[in-house]
Ligand binder design. Sequence first.
Ligand code: PLP
Length: 438
Amino acid sequence: MSAEATPPSAIFHRSLGKVYPTAVSGQGIYLETKDGKQVIDGSSGAAVSCLGHGHPAVIQAIVEQAQRMSFAHTSFFTSNPAEELAELLLSQSAGAFHNVMFLSSGSEAVESAIKLARQYHVSNRQPERINFISRRYSYHGNTLGCLSAGFNPPRREQFAPLLSQAFHHVSPCFFSRDASPGEAESAYVDRLLQEYEQKIQSLGPKTIAGLIVEPIGGATLGSVPSAEGYLTGLRRLCDKYGSLLLFDEVMCGMGRAGTLHAWQSLGNVAPDLQTIGKGLGAGYQPISAILVGRQVHDSIKASQDVLPFVSGHTYQGHSIGCAAALAVQKVIIEQGLLANVEAMGKCLRSQLEASTPHLKEVRGLGLFLTAEFKAIGGSPISSRVAARCLDNGAAVYLCSSAVDAVMFAPPFIITEEEVGKLVEIFVLSVNEVLLEGV
Ligand code: PLP
């Protein structure tokens, strides 16, 4: 994107030295900038805008809810859109969950899920359960609790002295990269499960509160699906040792993998608590949620004469957020968009695989795909490719520096022709970077 001649910004931007193009409008899979440029939202931001932009039914729902009632604090009231959205989510989850707590961001949801897990054990008179096991190279959000759970080195490093010691990290599940030569998938999974078991034993099985994983690793390593049998193995370990299983589907969930929940495509293993965000409100409003399993609900409820859930946020269950998310989810269901995720996911994957000989791997599920580059000339090229893509009219997500990769997560409404255009821009951008020299 050409640098616009803008005056110094009053915004404390993420990168203070950078000039950001000003997005002024959006329609379908496109965003338009102030200088009239159309940009394909090739990763829906960070896997957020699953319905694309300017959807009339969602906008209408937001306006109608704002006119009726914008906000009623959840310490006093519930609201119709929140109740209706919770019912819809439960009805779509094949009995895996008992109720839903709404929050505003993925980080808030993860923080609250961690606290809910802890309170569950306190309610069950097991206050010694204070430890969580999560994975290196996971990402669970940016607040201090979430950073403690996650392990995205560049985002974490300088804050490490502020982080909780209650989180312990094991290896990520990345079969295509980390399996030993000739190692079968089942043997690789057994090895990872043994590592968990050793960690549980060394911390003390009765101190474990929960295991936290992204069923498809997202922002750090770039859409890495769990290997076959891995989630089933984690479920078994949790049941064996009395700890909770927490799935963080803030990025990979809500249809992005082709099923409503990513775990439904990965052995159909349900967790005790699950966080969702991004695709829930599709960016029309900031909203996230925790899907709560029956066991957690019942224990907390049974102890509520002693203690309510000791956590809350002012904007949780915001009426306009819930109305927007309800409209988004209804459109996805009514238009059968998960079938398009499946079909366009296959189309995007095959086009990416054929796009350039410089890719080591195209991985992921549904419309949650990552193209990782081979080592070319010694230095990574993904950040230059992502910048070129933006210049050339497509925004794609740059994964962390742990991999040389960009992520594609376009809106669920994308067409075959638009997939072709997105891949064309990607190829052009890769070629431009290679021509410039590596
Ligand atoms: N969890 C996962 C898996 C994420 O990918 C993210 C954001 O990228 C979060 C949590 C945090 O969500 P938010 O940025 O909305 O706080």
